[in-house]
Ligand binder design. Structure first.
Ligand code: OXT
Ligand code: ADP
Ligand code: MG
Length: 570
């Protein structure tokens, strides 16, 4: 055994991992503790890091991914081996799909035993399993490699198209020792982890030519544009060009949804009629009907696309003017190249859009003021729309089907990166992890508007919210089920239909169980008061908002994606 003095000169894997993260500005860890990472989490907290422990790794992982989206630094999730790792992997895959930087660090069993499949405690070849779901996957076997291993993980997560990175840390690594001074020297502070990527000048010139030829131009802003945190440049480009813009859901608020150039309330019309479409940090995936078909009308279209990922170009349709680079540099270059005296788009185009927007907004407004009991989505969300206008710094987390789709179009966002939702996969269960990360990373209050099904995927994390006393107000839109709670078992047996839950479930009591505030509301006024009270107090609150069972539609606005049986009609 080393004498006291010798131990003083030593560092170990535990400390090197934490020091490497802190050296790179990572000061928060989202985790679920257990063998072999328990002491790592204790030491992290003792060293001044913020350690947020969840009840299930999936939510710790979603929190890390949302931290990545909000901060442009990789959010870090730490899990135990095999089952904990797999729980976290869902979130890592989701981060990669959404292009958000995240690092999943999982403890693992000993290689010698795993590789011979000798049945170790929580044995699993985690590195191999993570690789196809991550942007990169690494394992560190020696304490002296921790500095480089963490640096690689960080750079891989945030450079180019951001994504999820897996970092495997075998249990034995944490206990390995080395000379403290040598250890400190082995750490790497990543220099310029996400370097600017400038577009080629001829690519900029080509894009300007295409834009100049447009009679009905349209800008589409995606969550890559929100991630880029170059809000002023984007605003200048939109305003100087005079081109109407359509925000994808998590790009809402990049410019306020009430901006006179917003075409959000004329979505179908602008997609059909536009002749030149400038994509900024948005992909032509399913959410944009792959850039073709009925949604896009019959008029010929040209696309200008700004993306940091070269392979994104021509992924679904031809891109007339690809601009490969980071959003800030590309949009900045377009702004410069536009020069003075840029011609605004024809007034027939912008005027027609304005007319459509105003018509749709007015039509919507009449639905938002009803006082039906039980509430419908419109009357409930009308209240929340007012609250977000009054308190524009509040972060909205949103999931469900009808709850998601109605909230997206009804609640205006007024500032960038205030809306976090189900993202590219349309995944349920992101709510509580996202709410925790939003509160922890920004300090702003959070309102999580959750379908009752969506909430069920992550509901146990209300304990986490209470434990850390976070300013999170959860509103469960309780319609007794998935899409609608009114369905019956066609055979009339005692089993309920597959989509329905226990009637009149008292979700608010879950919050009370952990010391938070629970409220049961049935009217729009009660809902509005309860949310305002929650935001004023900053106390963890769950509002069980009763929505009419039959107010929703199958799959919200994407019912067309359900396969149809010719044999049975719904
Ligand atoms: O222009 P038109 O006329 O077309 O009108 C559009 C806009 O112009 C207009 N608009 C406005 N009008 C007036 N004023 C304003 N301000 C305004 N703004 C817009 O409104 C319309 C609509 O506008 P929008 O939304 O922009 O346009 P549109 O056409 O909808 O856009 C298309 C899309 C595809 C971009 C958009 O719809 C979209 O982003 N959709 C995302 C959908 C999505 O991801 N859904 C979630 C998944 S659904 C399903 O998979 C569910 N599951 C299965 C499951 C999942 N997902 N995950 C896991 C892990 N397991 C299982 C489950 C279990 S949902 C679900 C649970 C559901 O039940 P809940 O209880 O949770 O929820 P409830 O349904 O509430 O019961
Ligand atoms: P949305 O769902 O909002 O349409 P997507 O997730 O489909 O957005 O698209 C985001 C796109 O933004 C991705 O193709 C990604 O490569 C790109 N992206 C992310 N960050 C940047 C950045 N800083 N600069 C340029 N492109 C980026
Ligand atoms: Mg529901």
């Amino acid at each position: 055994p080393a004498n006291d003095e010798a131990v003083h000169d030593l560092t170990d894997g535990f400390h090197l991992i934490l020091d490497a993260l802190k050296l790179n500005g990572i000061n928060t860890l989202y985790n679920v503790p257990g063998i072999p990472i328990t002491d790592l989490m204790r030491m992290a907290q003792a060293s001044g890091m913020r350690v947020i422990s969840f009840r299930h790794e999936q939510h710790a992982g979603y929190a890390a991914s949302v931290a990545g989206f909000l901060t442009k630094k990789p959010g870090v999730c730490v899990t135990v081996s095999a089952p904990g790792f797999l729980n976290g992997l869902t979130a890592l895959a989701n981060a990669t799909t959404n292009c958000w930087p995240m690092i999943l660090i999982s403890g693992s069993s000993e290689r010698e035993i795993v590789d011979l499949q000798q049945g170790d405690y929580e044995e699993m070849d985690q590195l191999a399993i993570a690789r196809p779901h991550a942007k990169a996957a690494y394992r560190i076997l020696h304490a002296e490699d921790i500095g480089i291993g963490v640096a690689r993980a960080i750079r891989a997560a945030v450079s180019g198209r951001p994504g999820g990175v897996y970092l495997d840390i075998p249990a034995a690594l944490m206990g390995q020792t080395m000379n403290a001074l040598e250890g400190q020297k082995s750490l790497v502070e990543v220099i310029d982890p996400a370097p600017a990527q400038l577009p080629a000048p001829n690519a900029v010139a080509r894009a300007i030519e295409v834009l100049k030829g447009a009679k009905k131009p349209l800008i589409i802003l995606g969550k890559g544009a929100a991630y880029a945190q170059c809000d002023d440049v984007i605003r200048d480009f939109v305003e100087k060009s005079g081109i109407p813009y359509l925000p994808m859901s998590m790009a809402k608020g990049l410019l306020p949804d009430t901006h006179p150039q917003s075409a959000g309330a004329a979505r179908s019309m602008v997609l059909k009629e536009a002749d030149v479409v400038v994509m900024i940090g948005a992909r032509l995936n399913w959410l944009l009907s792959h850039g073709k078909g009925k949604t896009w009308g019959t008029a010929p279209k040209q696309f200008v696309q700004i993306d940091i990922e070269p392979k994104e170009m021509d992924s679904n349709v031809e891109i007339a003017a690809p601009l490969v680079g980071d959003v800030g540099s590309c949009v900045g270059a377009l702004l410069d190249a536009m020069g003075p005296g840029w011609q605004a788009p024809p007034a027939e185009w912008t005027g027609a859009i304005r007319e459509k927007v105003e018509g749709n907004v007015a039509k919507m407004a009449t639905k938002l003021r009803n006082n039906n009991v039980p509430m419908d989505y419109h009357s409930a969300l009308g209240q929340l729309k007012d609250i977000f206008r009054e308190r524009p710094d509040t972060i909205l987390v949103n999931e469900g089907a009808n709850t998601l789709d109605f909230a997206r179009s009804i609640i205006d966002m007024h500032k960038p990166r205030k809306r976090i939702d189900v993202g590219t996969w349309g995944v349920m269960g992101i709510g509580m992890g996202s709410a925790v990360a939003a509160a922890v990373e920004t300090g702003h209050p959070v309102v999580a508007v959750e379908g009752d099904s969506a909430f069920g995927f992550c509901g146990m994390e209300v304990e986490t919210i209470c434990r850390y006393n976070l300013p999170v107000c959860i509103v469960v839109f309780n319609n007794n089920g998935i899409y609608r709670g009114s369905e019956q078992n066609p055979l009339g047996g005692s089993d309920p239909a597959p989509l329905v839950f226990v009637k009149d479930s008292r979700y608010e009591k879950m919050m009370e169980a952990f010391g938070g505030v629970g409220v049961y509301v049935t009217t729009p006024d009660e809902l509005g008061s309860a949310v305002r009270a929650a935001l004023d107090s900053g106390k963890p609150t769950l509002i069980n908002a009763i929505i009419a069972e039959d107010a929703g539609t199958e799959s919200g606005r994407i019912g067309n994606l359900n396969p149809q049986s010719v044999l049975s009609k719904k």
